[in-house]
Design a protein around this ligand. Structure first.
Ligand code: CTP
Length: 403
């Protein structure tokens, strides 16, 4: 199942390191090529010799050794891999990853990595639950690191609780799922808009909205993970650029439209951005000063271009155009009307009433509305919404039907 797939397995120094040997066997049985990095502490638990003989690959331990003759090891190692797996990932390794510390071959390779990274945390329950570890995990999640486990169960320290590394078979299943998932949108080009636009009023003020860009960015990442060539046109967000995605940063709706128009021969367009509906006519280049009588300025506004509707009207429009509908009332009915009005194939409707906490939150509860059906999805993380939508997109394009 994993023919031609190259895994770089990082074994850090937790007792669960002995289980990575089973993982190596599973990977080899599935015909993956496995190379390993063993930290100094891990080598006290499993020997380089046993790792080398089970993996039938190379075992790297030294920070300053060269790979393939003259290549710098910590850079070269990630370049040759399809997936980097850190199992076990100790609390220490997770902390270094979150902070960008590069003080040994494992942490330096992870910092220099340009490939997807999966971690299987393993540690004592208190270490796992500690605020510092949880904060680090959140940082890694935001960076798009894939995490499997930990599970509840008996721990090496004798305590019972959360912190046990996922079983080797479960990690293997995740690896297979991830690596065999990557082909379904290969050869397809996707354009995603995300985040809020900012429309200047003067040199220091702007019109905008609460959109965080979390959903749009997650969709760009999910499409890229399925092999699509993705361009993300991002409004103003405070999120890192998703790995493996070409990201273009814009501020205004006009800039977003221009950036979208640059993308040619697009197969899939997903407009998740919260585009400001209006812009200020002639924003002032300097700061507008208050008058002595404090009369507020009269702001003249004009509508912004509708990017989604404009993409739908292009003569060579993408095969599948998906809009979002942010609604507070009659969510499904208003979104269905919006889908028809804008001319997109599908629309993803979400209730953005203040109490739903959709803006800025990590979860979303959406309805997918197509020409023929409406599906109401259970509340899930924005990451999972993105995964599910990307799977639907891949299926629709494989079947070459515009649902
Ligand atoms: N959209 C867009 N350009 C705009 C406004 C909206 O591309 N100028 C896109 C959004 O990215 C989204 C869809 O249109 O995919 C619907 O956006 P939404 O804010 O829900 O609706 P509006 O079109 O702004 O309509 P209204 O404010 O009346 O609900």
């Amino acid at each position: 199942m994993l023919e031609n797939k190259k895994i770089l397995l990082i074994i850090s120094g937790g007792i669960a390191a002995y289980k990575s040997l089973e993982l190596i066997r599973g990977l080899r049985k599935n015909k993956a090529e496995v190379n390993c990095i063993l930290t100094e502490n891990a080598s006290k638990i499993v020997t380089p010799l046993v790792v080398a003989s089970l993996s039938e690959g190379k075992v790297h331990q030294e920070m300053f050794s060269l790979v393939n003759g003259s290549r710098i090891g910590h850079v070269q190692l990630s370049r040759g891999a399809d997936l980097i797996v850190a199992a076990p990932a100790t609390a220490n390794l997770i902390a270094k990853m979150a902070l960008g510390i590069a003080d040994n071959l494992a942490s330096t390779t992870l910092l220099a990595a340009n490939k997807p990274v999966m971690i299987a945390p393993a540690m004592n329950t208190q270490m796992w639950k500690h605020h510092a570890t949880q904060k680090n995990m959140k940082t890694l999640e935001e960076q798009g690191i894939i995490c499997t486990g930990p599970k509840k169960g008996g721990l090496a320290c004798g305590e019972v609780g959360e912190g046990r590394m996922s079983e080797p078979q479960d990690i293997l299943d995740e690896i297979i799922k991830h690596l065999t998932n990557t082909e379904s949108l290969k050869g397809k080009k996707a354009l995603v808009t995300s985040g809020a636009t900012q429309e200047p009023i003067d040199a220091v003020r702007f019109l905008s909205n609460y959109s965080s860009g979390k959903q749009g960015h997650a969709i760009a990442k999910a499409l890229a993970e399925k092999g699509a060539d993705v361009t993300l046109v991002s409004g103003v967000v405070s999120l890192p650029d998703p790995a493996g995605v070409k990201t273009v940063h814009v501020k205004t709706a006009d800039e977003m439209m221009t950036a979208c128009n640059q993308e040619k021969s697009v197969d899939i367009a997903v407009c998740a951005a919260a585009v400001a509906d209006w812009k200020i006519v002639n924003p002032s280049k300097s700061k507008m000063k208050k008058t002595d009588d404090l009369t507020p300025p009269k702001l003249e506004m004009t509508p912004n271009i509708d990017i989604l509707a404009s993409i739908c009207k292009q003569p060579d429009r993408p095969k599948l155009v998906i809009g979002f509908a942010a609604e507070t009332d009659d969510v499904i009915k208003n979104a269905a009307t919006k889908r028809k009005k804008k001319g997109c194939n599908w629309i993803v409707a979400n209730d953005v009433s203040i109490d739903t906490k959709v803006f800025g939150g990590d979860n979303n509860k959406v309805h997918l509305i197509t020409e023929n059906k409406t599906e109401s999805w259970a509340e899930m993380t924005k990451h999972d919404v993105a995964e599910k939508l990307a799977t639907y997109i891949a299926e629709a394009l494989t079947n070459e039907k515009k649902t």
